[in-house]
Design a binder for this molecule. Structure first.
Ligand SMILES: [Ca+2]
Ligand SMILES: [Ca+2]
Ligand SMILES: [Ca+2]
Ligand SMILES: [Ca+2]
Length: 521
């Protein structure tokens, strides 16, 4: 059955090959109308070089999930077609009114879209003070954003990830052997990211300086949150493009310190800087410590860093990732248990950086997606070849968002493709395994429960996950927390640690259900 999703990511490719053209585009899987069905928001480009978005082919798009496998384009009635050259999106209920809002990151304009609860959104960017402009008035090129409660006050704060110091009106253009192509990031300076503290009255304060986030200029692409040292404060991982990664430790006093170098995640263990793309920050070996995975470009291999407690161990070589990824570039990614066996697997959205990669670098411009099964102990097996014919089709994939679109307990994936239709991969894995999905409702905490750490215990062992929407590249995934349960027929215990410190324990929980967990009840 046709899904009705007609969205095509359009970058307005120019003969000059402006760098922004190759960096689109993310999407969000979130339930904007609270009917229990995940809807899809796609970011989109604009005309080059005007960055004008008025032509409908450049609009961002919202598709409502009808619950029968079909979707309806509700962009116009929802008021979300957007402005400027958009790139990333982050979903989070910043005002705790029960309706999930959107922050759209872009080249020349960022937008905070308040969900009014009646199917419409209002652009409140200026009123909220979250334009993505720096204190000096400049508008850095933002590729992604994420919601998290860094100061544990029950209000979601916003981190905006900026990429290169770039001005389309006055920028360097590049060529290889006389052929115009996209510049390598080394041709531009990096930029600092922006942290906005939520004031709780619909406004935000730029705390980039006081939080020390603004001290670190990088070339950010991937963003993911986890409390990697279990001190009760959400930390931040940012993968940087051909620049050392950031691991921003939340000091708990409103400041962050980049500890990437001393914890071993700034560079690969051989000392090389890689072109960091999308990232995820989750426990891959069920020991309660969040590990790091990020995609990269051809020749790099995609790094896996095992959280060893005080620092991280580069386990890329032993993981099976080298053979899979050494000759591949990928963007979107996510660590989800696609076969519900209790171990989080990895998805990668393949696509070359240059659209004329074949012509100028003599290697493929179109790359298939990847699916890697977690065979425990940081061993991953490439199972892409059995994931389906459409899954293997080489394309110019970009963003990926993850969530259970038909509420059958299996995690589905939406993937964007540059200048082509987006794809919706419904997970049809026939495994006979059980599952649970937790829909958190914060009361003292942020309504979405983002940042809540969850431990579950079954006859098959323990598992850990956390509530987050910041996953992969420029994209926002289902806020609900999924666990595959294997053959377990009951969940003995679910332990939740909410960001403000509230602890909650559920026992003898039924499997194969979407369970709403209200904080403190
Ligand atoms: Ca919905
Ligand atoms: Ca906060
Ligand atoms: Ca921490
Ligand atoms: Ca698995």
């Amino acid at each position: 059955m046709a899904s009705g999703i007609k969205f095509q990511l359009k970058n307005s490719v120019s003969p000059q090959r402006y760098s922004i053209e190759t960096m689109l585009g993310g999407m969000a899987l979130f339930d904007y109308n609270n009917d229990g069905l995940l809807d899809i928001f796609f970011t989109n480009g604009a005309a080059i070089p005007s960055l004008d978005k008025s032509d409908p082919s450049y609009w961002n798009r919202l598709y409502r999930n009808n619950g029968d496998g079909t979707f309806t384009d509700v962009t116009e009635q929802a008021g979300v077609k957007g402005v400027g050259y958009s790139m990333g999106v982050a979903a989070g209920d910043y005002d705790n009114d029960g309706f999930v809002d959107l922050y759209v990151a872009g080249v020349n304009r960022n937008q905070l879209l308040h969900n009014n609860g009646d199917g419409t959104f209002t652009d409140v960017t200026d009123k909220a003070g979250a334009s993505g402009r720096t204190a000096g008035g400049g508008k850095p090129w933002a590729v992604a954003a994420g919601w998290f409660d860094y100061n544990n006050d029950g209000l979601l704060d916003l981190l905006v990830i900026n990429y290169l110091d770039y001005d389309i009106a006055n920028c360097k253009l590049c060529s290889i052997d006389g052929i115009s192509t996209y510049c390598a990031p080394g041709n531009f300076k990096g930029t600092a990211n922006i942290l906005y503290r939520n004031n709780g009255n619909g406004t935000f304060t730029d705390v980039s300086e006081s939080s020390h986030i603004g001290q670190y200029a990088g070339k950010g692409m991937g963003l993911a949150f986890a409390d990697y040292d279990n001190d009760g404060f959400s930390d931040v991982f940012v993968s940087n493009d051909t620049f050392p990664n950031f691991l921003l430790h939340n000091n708990g006093d409103g400041t962050f310190t980049d500890v990437a170098l001393e914890t071993g995640v700034a560079y690969r263990s051989n000392g090389s800087v890689v072109a960091g793309m999308g990232a995820d920050f989750r426990d891959l070996n069920n020991d309660g410590l969040a590990d790091i995975f990020h995609t990269a470009m051809f020749g790099n291999t995609f790094p896996i860093y095992k959280n060893a407690g005080k620092d991280f161990e580069d386990v890329t070589e032993v993981s099976g990732m080298t053979a899979f990824s050494r000759r591949m570039t990928a963007w979107g990614t996510g660590a989800f248990d696609f076969d519900n066996d209790g171990w989080k697997d990895l998805f990668t959205a393949g696509g070359a950086i240059l659209d004329n990669e074949l012509e100028v670098l003599h290697r493929p411009a179109l790359i298939p997606n990847g699916l890697l099964r977690n065979d425990k102990n940081f061993t991953f097996t490439d199972v892409s070849s059995t994931a389906g014919a459409a899954f293997l089709e080489p394309r110019n994939h970009r963003g990926a968002a993850f969530g259970d679109i038909n509420n059958d307990g299996k995690i589905d994936v939406v993937v964007s493709t540059l200048n082509d239709k987006s794809q919706l991969f419904m997970n049809r894995t026939a495994d006979g395994n059980h599952w649970i999905i937790l829909k958190l409702v914060g009361t003292k905490d942020n309504r979405d429960g983002l940042g809540t750490k969850i431990k579950i215990t079954t006859s098959e062992g323990v598992q850990f996950n956390q509530a987050t929407t910041a996953v992969g590249y420029s994209s926002s995934s289902d806020k609900r927390v999924h666990f595959g349960l294997g053959k377990a027929t009951v969940i003995d215990k679910i332990e939740l640690s909410w960001p403000t410190g509230v602890k909650q324990v559920l026992t003898n929980v039924k499997i194969d259900q979407i369970l709403t967990v209200v904080e403190g009840r």
